[in-house]
Write a protein of this length. Sequence first.
Length: 250
Amino acid sequence: MRSMQPGVLTAKGDRDMASEADFAIEEQVRAFLAEETPDIAFLGEENGSSGDTDGLMWALDPVDGTVNFIHGSPLCAVSLGLVNEKQSVLGVIELPFLGSRYSAAEGHGAESDGQRISVSGARDVSEAVVAIGDYAVGAGAEEKNEFRFALTHRLAARVQRIRMHGSAAIDLAWLAAGKVDAVVMLANKPWDTSAGVVIAREAGALTVDRDGAPHSLDARATVAANSHILPSILALIAGDNSSEYKPQTI
């Protein structure tokens, strides 16, 4: 990613595209893992899946934050997660232009460049910096964004600050490192979230769907924060500005 220019862009729909670097990185990682772990399936954002994806599966986003990448922003990442029975169990996120690497394996904690990391200790949403996912584009975007705009309005009235980094991997890695206090993404694409979810979880975050159910590959959204502020974040997602939503799963 550091040595390649974005090159020719391939349209993937309304205001969405892939760069030559996306395809090149995915091809290299897919070939390497096919040689090293031939019994594990592989899912890449650009070229789809190979192998039996119902068991162990690698999930790769070769350039998470492609729009940032093609505009020369350093806020982009390579995100590789390992999924077992729809649960993330291992993840590595590399931020090539920021010189950082985040990693975690289930039951072994999370690290950044060899140092143990943990989520922030924020205890109230009023002191929380909340990273939110991009607004929708493509089919159905207008309807999806009505909810996103309303949620942004509710968050803006309650939290300390809102951030939109344009990279799900960065959002979750920075949550794990305490650089943001909560993450709200109203989407859950495996290549975007598989690595970051296990890194955030191993750093002490609770990772759930928008209704508070435990996060998995089947979740509709990706919401994460420490145990103190997650109930309030879920309440805001549910449209409640005043009280805390406390699902039974937390």
